[in-house]
Design a protein around this ligand. Structure first.
Ligand code: ADP
Ligand code: MG
Length: 231
């Protein structure tokens, strides 16, 4: 993979615009978005529903190709990468956390954390060891064999956090990860992610409707009508 230069910005979104084509209708969602994310930064992404937060995270996460603009992740110009290299880069550098935990119901907590590691080629023994360590650090040592249905909302989201960092990514993209939790569990999940970002010196974009949480983060990005709004 070609690397541009070593630079402090982990992620650069340059002139990103996005239009969905649906049933002959064009839905303009993002309009010339520019964002730079440094290592170690925890950024809140806020804005009304339907304003394009999830679309922006999906674009940053290389899940959706923007209509216009470029994404530079860890020095790689992603617009120039093959689908295969994009998948590799996504697997090794990005961790996703969603509003619902999206764990596989038929697998245990530890197996859910092992899966992305096995996909990236780790051995079962290595993947199990790392998963157990992560779940233990997140106070889930006694839940390793539990299926998601047997976990509380906060516990399931902690498993999802462990899964998101299982391949030691540089960037966590969290799409309203506390949206389904009560206030105490939401705060706990926020604090865990914040601590991980700072201790591992990685970055996180955290979409939320919770202004109290947004205020605690290093920086705020406000999306309104598809553009960045400066207060
Ligand atoms: P948010 O996360 O801020 O609520 P989204 O990014 O989910 O906003 O959606 C932004 C707009 O794009 C909405 O109007 C939504 O209906 C539309 N949208 C999202 N995904 C698609 C899609 N796959 N096809 C067409 N329109 C979409
Ligand atoms: Mg959304």
């Amino acid at each position: 993979m070609s690397r541009i230069s070593d630079n402090k910005d982990l992620l650069i979104l340059k002139n990103i615009s996005h239009i969905y084509n649906k049933d002959l209708q064009k839905i303009k969602v993002l309009n010339n978005i520019n964002i730079k994310v440094s290592r170690g930064e925890m950024i809140s992404l806020i804005g009304p529903s339907g304003t394009g937060k999830s679309t922006l995270l999906n674009i940053a996460g290389l899940l959706e190709k923007p209509t216009l603009g470029s994404i530079i992740l860890c020095g790689n110009d992603c617009t120039k990468l093959s689908e295969e290299n994009k998948t590799l880069l996504r697997g090794s550098e990005i961790g996703f956390i969603f509003q619902s935990h999206r764990l596989f119901q038929e697998f245990s907590a530890v197996e859910n954390v092992m899966l992305p590691q096995l996909i990236m080629g780790k051995s079962k023994i290595e993947a199990f060891k790392k998963s157990k360590e992560l779940l233990t650090a997140l106070a889930l040592k006694n839940r390793l064999d539990f299926r998601p249905a047997k976990l509380s909302g906060g516990e399931a989201q902690r498993v999802a956090i462990a899964r998101s960092i299982a391949n030691s990514p540089s960037l966590i993209l969290a799409d309203e990860p506390t949206g389904n939790l009560d206030a105490i569990a939401a705060n706990n999940v926020y604090k865990i992610i914040y601590k991980l970002v700072k201790s591992l010196n990685i970055s996180c974009i955290f979409a939320t409707h919770n202004n109290d949480l947004a205020r605690l983060m290093d920086r705020k990005i406000i999306l309104k009508n598809g553009s960045i709004y400066n207060e």
